[in-house]
Design a protein around this ligand. Structure first.
Ligand SMILES: Cc1cc2nc3c(=O)[nH]c(=O)nc-3n(C[C@H](O)[C@H](O)[C@H](O)COP(=O)(O)OP(=O)(O)OC[C@H]3O[C@@H](n4cnc5c(N)ncnc54)[C@H](O)[C@@H]3O)c2cc1C
Length: 457
């Protein structure tokens, strides 16, 4: 049963016809992301096709003080999409047009529902690519909203560095444009960066302008294994500290390698492993490889194993991207719980060793992986959400990881965002700045209709 006011339901049905759904199955599908968090379903779903569709939906909901929750691709991991107070889920997946690509300026503007794989497929023939790569085939609007990053961030930055401009529908239904296509600007408050990472709590992004990059002349990928995770981490830290511009540097502990081998039919050595990708001219790649090789040797790493052809490379990164599902598949009916802390890179070694100690007594299948070049790492657990004791055990480990990260100057979430899962740590991380965030939220969304119950305590 939908809890919507009848007048709102009628108005949405009148405006959107079949693009407004009250069907249970559709609502269920929009009440969760990919994580272990309990589903809470919205009262209805609007499939938007234009900025004006979004604005009209928000205006109607604002008139009834009914919550609105933007839905991109539904891949978020911290309970971002759960409709705690019901309301309308605005599904942006049909807003999937690439509006403009400029090879000359290395930028493009897309509707928010365009996915990163769709964008890269269209860019490939132009010799361009969009590097932000959270593994999942997320929407560009969703990625902007969670300030996503992923495997390429060590070289190309996160959504924070790569979004130039936005079109946003505000909580009263007004449409604004933030930023510009200029690479830099000193013109006033940086509203683009206010909305990037705001998880749909301040407005709904309908168009995004992002930076693009030329596909590098040479791309090569290699794996390198170590007998102990600390050697792998020391290698990663030295590479960052020497400023070697690796494009990817991913840690996979031996538990993850076992899971990935099983899930993706690979035959990787069962050791703690770093996976690298090098981008550049042939000479620059050669130089990077030589420098990295020396550091690997200094840390007793084994010889590189190359994934030389594009097919081998794709296979390797696809397996890495499926790591979450590889861990989850170790148990029937399990859900994934991915922790996500980020620390100054000099603290990474001690934090990972601390995490490994925490995991020693843990009975839940778990593996450590990380975008270690950024100091960002995860433990993926395969949990049974119906087992209270198990959930409490994982929650306690997650909490200790977060506390340790914050205590060394890090953050409770490097890239997945706050959603509902990290709210409890916001004050510990930000202190009184949380009150300032609440002030901003209230000024922009006084009725609190934008994705309520997320980010702020
Ligand atoms: C296997 C797997 C691996 C992952 N790896 C990574 C990783 O390496 N790095 C990383 O950063 N993330 C990772 N994620 C998490 C996820 O892919 C990102 O959080 C992604 O940015 C979410 O995008 P989405 O389109 O799926 O958004 P959704 O899940 O649909 O939404 C996420 C949040 O953004 C809001 N939102 C969505 N669209 C808009 C919009 N247009 N305007 C305003 N608010 C909006 C929603 O309301 C919600 O709060 C991974 C997820 C999975 C399942």
């Amino acid at each position: 049963m939908s809890g919507l006011p009848e007048t709102l339901s009628e108005a949405l049905a009148g405006r959107f016809g079949e693009r407004f759904s009250l069907a249970q199955a559709v609502r269920e599908q929009h009440g969760h992301g990919e994580s272990h968090h309990t589903t809470a379903i919205p009262d209805g779903v609007v499939f938007a096709e234009t900025t004006e569709d979004v604005a009209e939906t928000v205006r109607l909901c604002a008139g009834h003080k009914v919550p609105v929750i933007a839905f991109g691709a539904g891949t978020s991991l911290e309970g971002h999409l759960i409709a705690l107070n019901g309301g309308i889920s605005i599904d942006l997946s049909r807003m999937n047009s690439i509006l403009r690509i400029s090879s000359a300026d290395l930028d493009c503007t897309v509707q928010a529902g365009v996915t990163r794989e769709q964008l890269n497929n269209d860019l490939r023939d132009l010799g361009l690519f969009f590097p932000i790569d959270p593994g999942a085939n997320a929407s560009i609007g969703g990625m902007a909203s969670t300030r996503a990053s992923g495997t390429n961030a060590v070289r190309y930055g996160t959504m924070r560095e790569n979004v130039l401009a936005l079109t946003v529908v505000l909580p009263d239904g007004k449409i604004i444009h933030t930023g510009s296509r200029a690479r830099k600007s000193s013109a006033g408050y940086d509203l683009t960066r206010l909305f990037v990472g705001s998880e749909g709590t301040l407005g709904i992004i309908t168009e995004v302008t992002v930076r693009l990059y030329g596909i590098p002349e040479t791309i090569s990928a290699a794996l390198c294994s170590f007998e102990d995770v600390s050697q792998a981490v020391d290698t990663a830290i030295a590479i960052v500290q020497l400023g070697i511009p690796v494009a990817r540097m991913e840690l996979m502990d031996r538990g993850l390698i076992a899971a990935v081998n099983r899930y993706s039919g690979l035959d990787l050595k069962l050791e703690d492993t770093l996976a690298f990708e090098f981008h550049g001219s042939p000479a620059s790649v050669e130089e990077q490889v030589a420098m990295v090789r020396d550091i690997v040797r200094d840390n007793d790493g084994k010889d590189f194993e190359w994934a030389s052809s594009p097919e081998e490379r794709n296979r390797l990164w696809k397996a890495r991207h499926n790591a979450f599902y590889a861990v989850v598949s170790q148990r029937t009916d399990a859900k994934g719980w991915s922790s996500d802390v980020c620390v100054p890179v000099s603290e990474l070694g001690s934090c990972i060793l601390y995490t490994r100690e925490l995991l020693k007594e843990c009975k839940v299948p778990a593996a450590i992986l990380g975008h270690v070049g950024d100091g960002n790492y995860h433990v993926v657990f395969a949990v049974d959400p119906s087992n209270g004791q198990e959930m409490a055990e994982v929650a306690a480990i997650n909490k200790q990881m977060v506390k340790r990260a914050i205590s060394v100057g890090g953050t409770c979430t490097g890239e997945h965002g706050v959603g509902t899962g990290k709210i409890a740590y916001m004050r510990e991380e930000h202190g009184d700045a949380v009150d300032f965030m609440a002030l901003l939220k209230h000024a922009i969304d006084p009725s609190g209709i934008m994705n309520p119950g997320k980010i702020l305590p």
